[in-house]
Design a protein around this ligand. Sequence first.
Ligand SMILES: Nc1ncnc2c1ncn2[C@@H]1O[C@H](COP(=O)(O)OP(=O)(O)O)[C@@H](O)[C@H]1O
Ligand SMILES: [Mg+2]
Length: 348
Amino acid sequence: MDTLVDIKKLKKHFPILGGVFRRPVGMVKALDGVSLAIRRGQWLGLVGESGCGKTTLAKTVIRLWKPTSGHIYFDVPDETKALIEELESQGKNGSKLNYLLNENDLATFSGNRLRSLRRRAQLVHQDPFTSLDPRMKIKSTVGEPLRIHHVLSGEAARSAVKELLERVGLSAGQLERYPHQFSGGQRQRIAIARALATKPEFIAFDEPTSALDVSVQAQILNLLKDLKKEFGLTYLYITHELLIAESVCDYIAVMYLGKVVEMGRPEEIFHSPRHPYSQSLIAATPVPDPSRRVGRIVLPGEVPSPANPPPGCAFHPRCSRASDECRELAPELRPVSSDHYVACFHPL
Ligand SMILES: Nc1ncnc2c1ncn2[C@@H]1O[C@H](COP(=O)(O)OP(=O)(O)O)[C@@H](O)[C@H]1O
Ligand SMILES: [Mg+2]
């Protein structure tokens, strides 16, 4: 499987404004060096406690937000990325490197390039109650991307919208309605239809079912499974519901304070997590099968603020295995077995 989305050392820092003059007095390090590859056709689950940077990652990857630093590659050949890395490691800031980055790194994109990316990569938001414009009829909401990107117009656009709506389980008879006339699950279907309009290859979902009832959740997940298969889509799926991640995703990344601390296949992450943080996260999740309980681990302390992350490994103040090394150095992701990576000096 080749890599569709390749994120390298991505950082997104937000200034904290203070004082009467609203000057920057600090930085929230929402993303603090995330490297992650999403393979074509993969359903990648991104998990972690609230505030660890999941939404920021999704919005930055599809370039709704501009990163502070790092690279984002979308469908770029490995040779090109290797060449960029080589030129960077030589410290040459020459025109060749600049040319390659301008052509290939989404972090540098603006204008037309960004617009053409928008057709290929979409985001479905967490809250279907606020993500749809209440004043717009459904036909306009779903058809808007077609108009913006000049994909289709007139009768062709109308029939495409009708088809999309039917594909996500709604009916053409609902085209003239407004968002408030739909339930949460139906609104999320509308948001999905809108995301599909430009025939993207990649969709990021930001906790798409967390506002929905369990039975509706299952229906939406089934729809996403079918759509992925039918259109050959690649998903980045953010959720704090670990059981959902385990059941639908084929790869999992665990985030803590702006960093990916562990990634691997769901069977490894959920059955033999190696990072102390993933272990405690998974142990704290209620599981229907009692034989699966790893034993409850209560994490001491709270998630530190990303405005003032601890030095060294950001998890060390809450970690029972922390050594002097952990207090001083930040561990990088290292392989512990094939396709399983952990950022920890003392993996379990
Ligand atoms: N637009 C913003 N301005 C300033 N800080 C932000 C902004 N968006 C997110 N943050 C901060 O970045 C951190 C990560 O947030 P977020 O990505 O929303 O986390 P998650 O989705 O995992 O809950 C939080 O500390 C949050 O307060
Ligand atoms: Mg979020």
